[in-house]
Design a protein. Sequence first.
Length: 545
Amino acid sequence: MRPLLLTIAPIVAASITPAAVSDTGEVGSQVCGGCHAGIYRSYSATGMSQSSGRTGSGDFHESSERASFSDPFTGAEYRILTAPGYRLEFSRTATEVQGERTLAWFIGSGRVGRSYLFSLGGFLFQAPVSYYSQQAKWDVSPGFERYGSIHLTRAVETGCLQCHSSRLQAVAGTQNRYGAPPFLEGGVGCERCHGPGKAHVGWAAASARDGAPGIVNPAKLDAARRDSVCEQCHLVGAARIARARARRDAYQPGARLSDYSAVFVWTGSGSSALNVNSHFEKLQQSACKRASGDVLWCGTCHNPHAEPAAAARVDYYRTRCERCHQPSACREQRAARQKAQDDCVACHMPKSPVRDNLHAVYTDHSIPRRPHQPSAAGGSKTLVPFWNTPSDGRDLGLAYAAVANGGAGLEQKALELLEKAAEHDPADLPVLAQLAQIYDRTGQEEKATALDEKIVRSDPAQVTASINLGAYWARRGRVKEAMQLWEDALARNPGLTEVRMNLAVAQYQAGDRAAALASLQKALQYDPDHAVARKLLAEISTAQP
């Protein structure tokens, strides 16, 4: 049987949950509600407060009328059951695969839609189905269109949950393992914008004075720190890179996000495209923002603690526009204004399709005077810093590596910048990891091997480096050491099907047929519709001892 040794080299290296912090100082929004009851009640009804939780909880309920559908990309059949409990039943006639998953958690308030998470052995994965509220239907989750099978092993990493839930219980050193429950508070809690409340609560309990230390009021900060509170979740750009200091510290409200992240956007073609989380980026492009400067920010139009009722939204947002614009300025729309109910948002912030969700439309915060015309494809593509702050070659190199599949020459730009960054700081693991992957893709295996060995010696929890290094070592006859690397990677994320197949092949070639079969059976528990794993299991099962 021909060895099946795969090198896993994603464009962006897999992230690993850092060492746990013993005391974050967070107390939870319910504690805040003890003194700020009115704000707590109104905020609890907002979409941000309801952006994650246990399925079946809250006031939002998905329609069950279109809860069964066929996926045209794979031929898979899906059925979602919402009582008792949320369950996903799946089947695919072509491969005779069928099964189910318990959908324990949701992500998304339901205003646009919801995605769902399931847990296997404490490890979280995203379900291949989502609910789309604007169409009141269930369909394939965003990004799952590219898979050719029922994909059940998309790991849910902390970067996703961080902007949808609060007080995560991530298990350090893993890619997607969490405690039970995975987060202690559904939705975006008070402390995401105001900072940890422990010091504030302790001070308030001992004094009747107002203004306790340790709490941030974003509206009273300078513009950069104020805006950073919103940017932490509503600014992604073309690439967002953790600065070197982010290896030691995490952003907290009151700081400048630019000290922790470098955000890059495109010039030329691609700069006008809309993404799900590009609200802040688009606002910066608006004529309103350019004319108003720091005076205009998210809080100018949005009350972070409350949302207007549906019937009042047109009037609510029009009054905010009229703080700067006289109604008579809208001359071209005068004849249609009465019919449109003087709806400024409908005309100047229209709902538009986004690149990363084919089933929904989002508000265009670039506030165009007239609807955008589709821009012609092509033209040069260059990354530039979003903020007017210096950015070094290290961050720009990592950004180009993150978007290297977006056009010719981008990977070469990344390579040149990252090689210089590695010379400057030979211990910068994110730089070394991306360099190793570029070397692997360009056939420079010796260089890739050397870097992955260095990465794994420095931090054994770097899954991508361990996986690739195992493949290099196996080809050099160091199979036992390769197997140890793969087993360690699977302990950090058991849904890595290709890694488990590599392990099975190595076990079989070492004469341990029973272990190889067990590995493949385990792989299919997580990824039952993986064609190569199923074929390999059949080959080893029927092979002569």
